[in-house]
Design a protein around this ligand. Sequence first.
Ligand SMILES: O=C(O)CCC(=O)C(=O)O
Length: 286
Amino acid sequence: MTAATLTSNGAPIPFTSDYFADLRVTEPVLEADALRARYAADGYVMLRGLVPADAVLDLREAYLKQFATDFCKNGDARRGAFSGRMPELPRHGFKGHPAYDFVRSDTFNAFADQPIFKILAEAFFNAPAERIRRTPLRHFVPGRKFASRAHMDRTYMDGVPNDIVTMWVPLGDSPLVAGSLVYLEDSHHDEQLERAVRAAAPMDRANDNRPLTHDLKWISEQTGRRWLSADFKAGDVVIHSPTIVHASTDPGETDYMRISTDIRFHRAGSPVDPRWTGDWSADDGY
Ligand SMILES: O=C(O)CCC(=O)C(=O)O
């Protein structure tokens, strides 16, 4: 069950139909032309059960096994509930943290390199695709008011939006109550949005001008757009455009840890932002 009020980086937003609506779900049976048409219309395509849930849970378990056994409740790294014991480690994704090593591991790269993702990217481009090396791994722990701020991927990477796709892959179930990804409805069609909100948007990180805002209620009211959400299951994948605004909510009343990765492709032969050709590190500055 979802709370009446959600938060994102501590900023509240009522979970009502004024602010939220459902993401459109696509069964992974559409023809490539229909997928492309839906992507152009919605700015995303959410594919239920694209990847076998067991393969996703294997990866979740392999990652969480890099932590001390008492990090997961009952030592169950496959479920991955938080025990309440936070290990003494460098910050998430910094050198020395398990996420830093994990994105460099054969296990992680074999998952990201499985053919289904590339086949899908090629269906979207209608042309050969290549995976972009830098692949962030997100991990949100219950009890912390920490989430992804409203942003567009194109702010973080150079390139032609039509030549890049992101596949957001929750590594395990990802219900809204555990802090999950939300998309600002039709924001990819709103060419004035960025200019309209940049100057006035509240921002909790004064020195970071990449996100639009941490305040999801404010931007929803300002743009007249709702946040589209879903309770994702292991195996679901969302393909999204570099131009759609998205963010995430804070973990709420749950012990379940939200872990996800963003697997990206570019059209083969198109220029790649050189900052994205190496492995991800959370302190690499972009
Ligand atoms: O998983 C998340 O919270 C955000 C991921 C994302 O939006 C990104 O990496 O661009």
